[in-house]
Design a protein. Sequence first.
Length: 384
Amino acid sequence: MMLLIKNAEVYAPEYVGRKDVLVCGEKIECIADEIDRLPVACHILNGKGLKLVPGLIDQHVHVTGGGGEGGFHTRTPELQLSELISSGITTVVGLLGTDGTTRSVENLYAKTAALNEEGVTAYMLTGAYGYPSPTITGAADKDVIFIESVLGMKLAISDHRSPHVTIEELIQIASKIRVAGMLSRKPGILVLHMGDARSGLTPVIEAIERSSVPIRTFRPTHVNRNADLLEAGYEFVGKGGYIDFTCGMEGQPSPGECIVEARRRGLAKELMTVSSDGHGSWSNYAQDGTLLEIGVSKVDSMLQELQKMVKELSVPLEEALLYFTSNVAEAMDIGNRKGHIREGADADMILLDADLNLDTVIAKGQVMMEDKRIKKFGTYEHSK
């Protein structure tokens, strides 16, 4: 299949001007001021008045559902393909959360494979909150090495629901995952769910100081969930580590607000990313541990946060895009294919109108949404 996008304002994510973009199969074949006289017929999209940007990459989604902390009826629902498409997300990383018992890594793998078959790009993390970790092969490092879609491992720390691993255990886990990544040419990352406990990032800092495991092996997320953790997150970036901000943290600074403050401090832009925690349950607890309320997060918070950064926080679009596209791709070692609009890269792109509303979605060269109408739904979304 060939696809030609004409006269779009291209943000790659850096602004490169008004261009024509030719897609052949799943790849971007050519970017030029004008492309005419093609030898074969192709589908043409009129990009005039629209902004062509990389598809968003959401690296933290509970694609099989999460939660269950208020009983079985609070298990959150499985992600549907149309939710990704209507949110401009073309690449997703699935993972488990609190529930690593009724939610299995095997089921996560199957859902990851299904999303790939339905037309987007999907990866996953092995493990969950707990330790020893649920795995497919019997060991987390083997999952990373032998299962193509597994990029790293998930673990919870500094949380009342975490397994409370020791510093030595944290070092050993991180070391094994890093080596597994080296052997399989993957990022080999340890994604750390950060809770509200006072310990914050202290266990991570101690593990780094007491070992030779590189700081970029550790990937703390939800760092904007409280003021102390956020401050520690800024210090972590200053040391050369990645941090991930979560959308929709009620009562806490938004990812955009955190990034604006980080910019004011002169911190490295390339070390910060944003994710949705989509289909995970959000919950509030009393001081005695009683569950007060629970709900489910959505993946559309990514696009909403991008819009807010540009329209309300006055962050230039070409910079705001970094935290949702190229930074995430580089952090996951897939920047040669994802997160950029350039020749030879995967054809994962979205068209935004003047108000940054989603108009068109292209995933792996397929038009999944056009003129604000979804064209590709999940296999059973329209079943009777």
